[in-house]
Design a protein around this ligand. Structure first.
Ligand SMILES: C[S@@+](CC[C@H](N)C(=O)[O-])C[C@H]1O[C@@H](n2cnc3c(N)ncnc32)[C@H](O)[C@@H]1O
Length: 435
């Protein structure tokens, strides 16, 4: 009897049920590589929390967990190293007065259309190889949209509070950011920006028409409709989004969560920063090459190591992981240290996850194995072993097949095609400090 009950209500089964549900269009506000499917936080939130509880994501990315938490009237706390990701999450979780917004949208579009002031050089953002990525008329139109957003509330008396004005201006900036890749020379079919043969050919044959204002207008209307459909007005859940490094948090500063739902970066993971570099430049989150590089190096699992970083083998406190590091290091010193560093950095985050949770709180994590220099690394199992040393017990571990073919890409030059992910579930049983 209990066997049947367990089978019926296994977490895997509950996730499958959740996958069949309708998802909010807020999730597609902005392209983001490595997004969680919303059913994962949705099923975890419904199973492990109640209304008013706190849900946390230490790798919040574009805010999938935070949006699902808010839709389910849970408070949410997200940490994320990439400033543009925090910005996307903020806009996706902010309620706006959509009637007012619709009125203002038309005024903004009129301002942009009527703008015939020339674009000055100093209005163009810092963007490496700007001419390569954007045609001159595209640059001009993007500046015009941006400048009219920036000046919008100076020009028009709206009767809105300072906060409401800022929230709407941020929404407009997100709309702009969401079209940057589409109007650039970077092929939207590729994960990393690249002016592909396909696009070059289309350009040579005059078959690609880039309509910047139309793209902006369409995106503006589409996202306004999404906000109308899923407004959070009746919900009073709080959202805290911190642009910080999850290895170094002052965890005690925050409300304790009932649940953590996350998908951590992968070993030698896709270069998240690179996938969003055009948006980071245009939306002025990055002003120099040094800033760009420094952000990349803070990404857990990154493979931007200098020669001095792999002169000596990086070891971890875990025998099993050290054997893997040694094996990979032997084949390629840099890759070996990418692996060693990954597990050391994830250890810091796991300790923080313990501190962020209430006693008996849960972690639901999507993770997949990696292959580094042909060496298979069972990341989910190894992280579960580490979690066992820092106050967690393993509750469940199951395969979640990736159905969407477009996600079946090689994650980088080191790893193979990934056809499934694992869902791991842990429960906090002790304070990490006491371990
Ligand atoms: C797999 S993505 C998460 C995507 C997210 N679940 C979503 O649905 O959009 C992993 C995220 O970890 C972030 N990240 C990497 N290193 C980090 C660090 N040291 N601290 C905080 N976030 C980090 C990356 O910027 C990336 O957004």
């Amino acid at each position: 009897m209990s066997q049947t009950f367990n089978q019926l209500y296994s977490l895997k089964y509950l996730l499958e049920i959740e996958k069949a549900g309708k998802r909010s269009s807020l999730h597609s506000f902005h392209r983001y590589f490595g997004k969680l499917i919303p059913a994962i936080p949705a099923f975890a939130i419904k199973n492990f929390t109640r209304e008013g509880d706190w849900v946390c994501d230490p790798f919040a990315g574009s805010g999938t967990t935070l949006v699902e938490a808010k839709l389910n009237n849970r408070n949410a706390l997200g940490f994320e190293i990439n400033p543009i990701s925090c910005f996307i999450s903020k806009v996706k979780t902010t309620a706006l007065d959509t009637n007012k917004l619709e009125e203002l949208n038309e005024m903004l579009l009129q301002d942009i259309q009527a703008d015939n002031h020339p674009v000055r050089e100093e209005e163009l953002p810092y963007c490496v190889n700007r001419q390569h990525w954007f045609k001159p008329f595209v640059q001009e139109k993007l500046v015009k949209i941006k400048r009219n957003i920036d000046m919008f509330f100076c020009r028009h008396a709206s009767g809105l509070s300072g906060k409401e004005q800022k929230d709407i201006a941020d929404f407009y900036k997100l709309v702009l950011s969401s079209i940057i890749r589409n109007v650039s020379n970077a092929d939207t079919q590729h994960v990393f920006p690249g002016y592909s043969k396909r696009l070059r050919r289309l350009d040579e044959e005059g078959k690609r028409e880039i309509k910047v204002l139309n793209s902006f207008k369409n995106a503006l209307y589409k996202k306004t409709r999404a906000l109308k459909e899923y407004n959070f007005r009746n919900l009073n859940a709080q959202i805290i989004i911190e642009n910080s490094d999850s290895r170094f948090l002052e965890a005690e500063k925050y409300p304790k969560a009932e649940l953590i739902v996350t998908n951590p970066p992968y070993i030698s993971s896709i270069r998240y920063i690179e996938t969003l570099k055009l948006e980071l430049y245009w939306m002025e989150f990055i002003f120099s090459g040094a800033e760009y590089k420094s952000l990349e190096k803070k990404m857990i699992g990154n493979d931007r190591l200098d020669r001095k970083d792999y002169a000596v083998r990086v070891l971890t406190p875990y025998e099993r992981i050290n054997k893997i590091v040694e094996g990979v290091y032997h084949l390629d010193a840099k890759s070996g240290n990418v692996v060693g560093r990954y597990f050391n950095e994830m250890t810091d985050v796991i300790k923080n996850m313990n501190k962020l949770l209430k006693p008996r709180g849960h972690v639901v994590m999507k993770i997949s194995d990696s292959k580094v220099k042909k060496v298979k690394i069972e990341t989910g199992l190894l992280l579960t072993e580490i979690a066992g040393r820092f106050g967690f017990k393993a509750v469940d571990f199951f395969i979640d097949k990736i159905k969407n073919r477009s996600l079946l890409t090689a994650r980088n030059t080191y790893s193979d095609i990934i056809t499934h992910d694992y869902i791991v579930v842990w429960q906090k049983v002790e304070e990490a400090d006491g371990v």
